[in-house]
Design a protein. Sequence first.
Length: 683
Amino acid sequence: MSPVWELPTATGVYRVGLAPDDLGPVLLSWTAPGAEPPDVELPAAAGWDLPADVLPLEYAVLGTRQRQTAELIVDHGDGLLGARVIWDSDGELISHGTATTLRVRAVDTTGRLELELRIAADAGHDVIGKRAVITNVGRRRLTLPRAFAPAWDLPLPEPPLIDFLAGDWSREFATHRLALPAGTFTIGSRQGVTSHSYAPVIAVGTPGGPGYGVALAWSGSWRLAAEVVPGSGRVRIAAGVDDETCVITLDPGESYATPEILGVRAPEGVAGLPGRWHDHQRRVLSRDVGTAHRPIVYNSWYATEFDVRPDHQAALAEAAAEIGAEVFVVDDGWFAGRTSDRAGLGDWTPDPVKFPHGLDPLITSVTDRGLRFGLWVEPEAVNPDSDLYRAHPDWVYRAGDRPLVTVRNQYLLDFGRPEVVAWCEETLRALLDDHRISYLKWDMNRPVSDGGRPGDDHGRQWSVQHAEGYYRVLRMLREEYGHVTVEACSSGGGRIDAAVLALTDVVWTSDETGPRDRLAIQHGFLSAYGPHLMSSWVTDQPDHRDQDPASFEFRFLVAMAGVLGVGSDLLAWTAAQRSRAAELIKLYRELRPTIQTGRVERHGEPAAPVYAVEYGGSDRIVILVYGRPGRPERPVITPRTLQPGARYRVRGGDLIVAAGEPLPVGFTLAEDAGLVVLERVVD
Ligand code: GLA
């Protein structure tokens, strides 16, 4: 077969060839570099199959392929559904430094549609990104009821095991596993945001075999489908913008680029996937991994809710500075009319009643204490009781005459309207130009329920337009206000995905801060997303849901597992608590380079009597140990991130350990909390 294109990653090579009869790019193999490319015999059609039905096509189009899910459905508007596409017999492989990109083009037989497939790899990491670009080159309007990104057609013995993350508000990222003997497993969101229900990332594998991860870099409605045709020995995973709530309209000359779909392979199995995802997030998605954009936050929300008073905030800031916080963030409740969640969203100027002299006196008292200053915003939302809504009632999503629905007493602004996005950019610019703000927590507290724009066919792609408007404003913040750290939030973890991670610095993982529940949420989060992204705060007990007792140190240890913050009412803390907090924050500050950039290994399950999270750096390893009643006195774990051949000394003792040796871990901080630091011995 010719040609064969090779796309090298850090520990793999993705080989793509062209199928006969212009059927387009197919996955030939995905193996370790240097491994002899296997002789690939493409499956031949038999019985009822058409050739395209059985090939591991990179991109399948309905009308060319029938038997399995096709990534693209084209509606010509004249009664014709689907397309027969003819792929070029050559592609373009471009290498630039360590990066390689393959582009292959196709046209459909009516001459109305052009397709381009783009596959990008980099030898610096293991994640491959793919997208398709679809262009209307004809003279009539086309619609795309489905326009997924390219697929991953992976060789896996049946039944593959699928790991996914599912949950709800305050219950995000619960881990699930299923075996799929046949049929299609599908997850997604119709809510206009990534959603709390499912994370757009899955892992597939079989015991003893390689593991594969697939993620969709998209923050609007989406769907992911994994399909097994019995007897095929393959699983095909496809994903894209949700095809139930979204129809793309392409007028002549218009193009649509699908979201990027990411894939990663771990030869050692699915356990090797989290480290590879984290590595990609650190090297590619995050603008940096330093501490400048992941400071230790004090956020006053849990201490004050809407009762925001400048003197009280200044007193909290003083206490926050004393314990070692690095940025003071005033959450909801600072802007005009915001005395409860019933009013104010949309009016992003300081509340003249609460701040008669504006925000500057508070900002000065915060920055005088050596802290940065940050604010909470929810720019996509508007309360009916706001000046913005009174001035622009037409700016909210309205599905025709359907009565408007409020969630948390708010509507959402239609980010498909350029004037709304322009207003959002101007509003944020004014806020940031007028005040010394270097941290924004960007929230989004309801799903889109009334998407659409009667009279505008493109309104059927409101979810695409909304996500693109959101990205545009985030990009503006990056370009014009590079000093501003952005924490992404959507009622906790309602909008976390690779696209958000590329445009923000940290994410608020969940509104649940009860430490034992939070630990479970973080366990799932870390299976796909790195600790340098995971904002986590110590808050006061009792929590509204998680009533299990946990020590002060346990609560710190949970928040120290990522980017530590504090959300407690510091003025209610005793002097002893404040000084203990200062000690723990100092310890965290010393260890955070290892915690935020080390290789993460999770030991056991958070609900077990002993659970540990290990962070392996080049010459230091940090292990956070969490205990429950009934735990063994001195449990033993076998650390997994020691360099082969190296020896490590346990900080505070004489014990020396090497790779593969069990390590007793004690509860050194409290009866339910322990921390072990291993330092590499230089011989
Ligand atoms: C959402 C966020 C919280 C907090 C509140 C404020 O629920 O997830 O952290 O900011 O809004 O209204």
